[in-house]
Design a protein around this ligand. Structure first.
Ligand code: PGA
Ligand code: ZN
Length: 431
């Protein structure tokens, strides 16, 4: 039984306030969780409640905290801690809005995750096992975001993320080691070229490169310098975050960094974007593209999938916002073949798991993901193992809030010992 629920304001990795929640059970267990926050947020995400005004530049979360400590606490005190789905339904009902804008998705998610932590702790089992049962044995392939661009940096790179995926390692820890070795080689190469090795919001380097080709070129060289083969042990992934580039008035994607580097305006329409991805996938060991097109361009996504979906993982992030309704529409339209899962886009654990189940049943892959603003909370590492996602995106092997997740996965792998599995089950897309 839940005895008490308490929230406070803490800081995230960008120095902005966020919500932390503690749930106390009758056996004296305390479950704690804190909520992440995006920068390139999708238009259709559940709403993160911010106070506005002067305090913390308007980014305070005192109202969300207050909602936890009053309305949401009243609504779940006395409930059975093990009834996650029922508790999440009560939280959703208490808010009553379509997008959790009344009480705030940040308030609701904090409670939802803290309840799960308290339940697992009171049973004295790890969270991944509580959420996933005894069959939860698969450690995910990490998508290491080693070059950051877009709105996570001030660099000239317009695409947001360039990632390494150690798809053929024997284990998670081996995959992690390979990616870390490459990360250090990349640092050396950038440094030797006189480029910046300062890091972006997700711990990847943020050099002023001329575009995606140059970024992948550096990844190729770093992989080789570390003694691996691009396209074999290591594949590449990218997040274009194209909703950020879409310019409604011009009716095209605008590349501000590339325009600045080239001294002329660079615009690409939908078909040019698709051809661009085609060229990149032919030139490099690219295996996964996230948000290749704008969140409202369902028709364009259909073209993208028809053109590239047989050979590439096409992940909807802003497109689906972890929302089962939007994912259903995407499945019906053949818009993509994978979905990014960010718990704070939807606001409860139960809904996030429903989206993953829907994806799995329809042959869509799913990738559990952090946000660019994170805390030391490691819930997503456990969710990735619990759901058997096979892939996790949680930044570079750098910055404490990113390594916290990788370190949690190392502990889980250690805990599972010989039972642990690793990897994406099938690397091809001919489904
Ligand atoms: P965000 O970025 O957390 O700033 O939205 C991550 C992503 O786009 O995948
Ligand atoms: Zn994204």
């Amino acid at each position: 039984e839940i005895l008490d629920v308490y929230a406070r304001e803490i800081l995230d990795s960008r120095g902005n306030p966020t919500v932390e929640v503690e749930v106390l059970t009758e056996d004296g267990t305390v479950g704690r969780a804190s909520v992440p926050s995006g920068a390139s947020t999708g238009q259709y995400e559940a709403v993160e409640l911010r106070d506005g005004g002067e305090r913390y530049g308007g980014k305070g979360v005192q109202n969300a905290v207050e909602h936890v400590n009053t309305i949401l606490a009243d609504c779940i005190i006395g409930e059975n801690i093990y009834q996650q789905a029922e508790i999440d339904r009560k939280l959703i009902r208490a808010d009553g809005s379509e997008n959790k804008s009344r009480l705030g998705a940040n308030a609701i998610l904090g409670v939802s995750m803290a309840v799960a932590h308290a339940a697992a702790k009171s049973l004295e089992i790890p969270l991944f096992r509580y959420l996933g049962g005894s069959q939860a044995l698969r450690l995910p392939v990490p998508m290491f975001n080693v070059i950051n661009g877009g709105c996570h940096t001030r660099s000239a790179l317009d695409f947001q993320e360039f990632m390494l995926m150690p798809v053929q390692a024997e284990s998670f820890s081996e995959g992690l080691r390979m990616a870390v070795e490459i990360y250090h080689q990349l640092r050396k190469l950038l440094d030797e070229a006189g480029l910046s090795v300062a890091v972006g919001d997700e711990g990847g380097f943020a050099p002023d490169l001329s575009g995606a080709e140059e970024a992948f070129d550096y990844l190729n060289r770093a992989v080789k310098a570390a003694g691996y083969v691009p396209g074999e042990e290591i594949r590449f992934a990218m997040d274009a975050a194209a909703s950020e580039l879409w310019d409604e008035t011009r009716g095209a994607y605008y590349f501000p960094g590339e325009s600045r580097m080239k001294g002329k305006e660079i615009l690409r329409d939908t078909e040019e974007m698709i051809r661009y991805y085609q060229t990149l996938s032919e030139g490099f060991a690219l295996w996964s593209i996230e948000d290749g097109l704008d969140e409202n361009d369902w028709e364009g996504w259909g073209h993208l999938s028809a053109a590239l979906g047989k050979n590439l993982q096409l992940v909807g992030d802003d497109l689906f916002v972890t929302n089962a309704k939007r994912l259903k529409k995407g499945i019906r339209l053949g818009a993509a073949n994978a979905v990014l899962v960010k718990v704070n886009q939807i606001g409860t654990l139960t809904e996030a798991f429903e989206t993953m189940e829907l994806a799995g049943k329809n042959g869509y892959r799913f990738v559990v993901s952090h946000r660019s603003g994170e805390t030391e909370d490691t819930t997503i590492a456990d969710i990735a193992v619990a759901s058997g996602a096979g892939q996790i995106k949680t930044g570079a092997p750098c910055r404490g809030e990113r390594t916290a997740k990788y370190n949690r996965l190392l502990r889980i792998e250690d805990f599972l010992g010989g039972m642990a599995k690793y990897g994406v089950d099938n690397l091809s897309f001919l489904c």
